[in-house]
Design a protein around this ligand. Structure first.
Ligand code: TRP
Length: 330
């Protein structure tokens, strides 16, 4: 074992292939040689108004998605954040060793608050809760996408300030960012990252049905002119990226080479590239969808999450007890 890993995913309803290639499959791989704690962060989700019934369902749905993508609740701890209230207790305490100025510099806050009528204080202090998530388990590695590196840097600063004020307790967590797959772009607008918020046409859901996936890939933005040696447009590059990532997972990489050669020669038909992307994606997605259906069918998800929360609390309690003692609380 190479230390403890922690990561969190917001219960957004459904995973898309950007989440899968950028983060989740890395979570699964880390299980091989790390002690992994994976959390569905519903306390984070309420920083932006969300319907309570939708939220509760989304947390369960995200748990099923994660298991389907290979998170093994026997090997790893998988739980819903709010089932372990120690997260919020530690967040309050860490808020007192967090610099206000640092929080004002968080780009995710600037992005998420822009254009909103109501911006909650929770959205502003969101990175403190994230630091609490990680430090509560004294995790040393945090698999995340590139967009979370700034939050991780803040988590380290928070750990450092706590340690210097109250004595060494928290290791400084390092981000584990995948080299490949960290940035899948939208199919409908390859200048922006794939995300659900941009709308249906922009992403491919891991649990989406095949005909809908086919349609989205067919209508993915490419370009018109094809001359030998011409530069690849962002849309085409993105399709190649997806194809490469998919074939790297037990597929045949020769197809990528062939299609690249055809591109170089100015002979590539984009319909051929799109068909290959579809085939390779489906090859990966189909067994994930089957697994999800099986786990959902088994009716065990509540039990799995309860067990996960129990194991998480066992790790969290001694940390909180030590923090309270050091800070002089209780
Ligand atoms: N902020 C992360 C995101 O938007 C989610 C998250 C919450 C997280 N707590 C975490 C990620 C702790 C890593 C570790 O993706």
């Amino acid at each position: 074992m190479n230390g403890r890993v922690f990561s969190g995913a917001q219960p957004t309803g459904t995973l898309h292939i950007g989440n899968y290639f950028g983060a989740i499959r890395n979570w699964a791989a880390l299980q091989e040689d790390h002690e992994c704690v994976y959390c569905i962060v519903d306390y984070h989700a309420i920083t932006i108004e969300v319907d309570p019934n939708v939220l509760r369902a989304a947390s369960r749905s995200m748990a099923l998605d994660l298991i389907a993508c290979g998170i093994d609740p026997e090997r790893s701890i998988l739980f819903v954040q709010s089932a372990v209230p120690e997260h919020t207790e530690l967040a309050w305490i860490l808020g007192t060793v967090t610099s206000y100025g640092d929080l004002t510099r968080m780009t995710q806050f600037k992005d998420k608050s822009a254009g909103r009528k109501f911006v909650s204080a929770g959205l502003f202090t969101y990175p403190v809760l994230q630091a609490a998530d990680i430090l509560l388990y004294r995790a040393t590695g945090v698999p995340v996408g590139k967009d979370q590196v700034q939050h991780l840097e803040l988590s380290r600063r928070i750990a450092r300030r706590f340690n210097s004020r109250y004595g060494e307790l928290f290791p400084e967590p390092e981000p584990i960012v995948p080299k490949k797959g960290a940035r899948i772009m939208s199919l409908a607008d390859p200048s922006i990252k794939m995300s659900k918020s941009a709308g249906e046409a922009h992403y491919i859901g891991v649990m989406e049905d095949e005909s809908s996936i086919r349609k989205k890939i067919r209508s993915a933005v490419t370009d018109v002119g094809l001359k030998p040696g011409s530069e690849m447009s962002p849309g085409v590059e993105n399709l190649f990226e997806i194809l490469e990532l998919a074939t790297a997972e037990g597929g045949d990489p020769t197809i990528v080479r062939e299609l690249r050669e055809e591109f170089e020669a100015g002979k590539l038909l984009y319909s051929r590239l799109k068909d290959a992307v579809f085939e390779e994606l489906i090859r990966i997605i189909r067994p994930i969808q089957q697994r999800r259906a099986e786990v959902a069918q088994s009716g065990k998800i509540e039990e799995i999450l309860e067990e996960g929360a129990m194991r998480a609390r066992e790790l969290a309690r001694p940390t909180i007890a030590e923090v309270r003692k050091r800070v002089g609380l209780g």
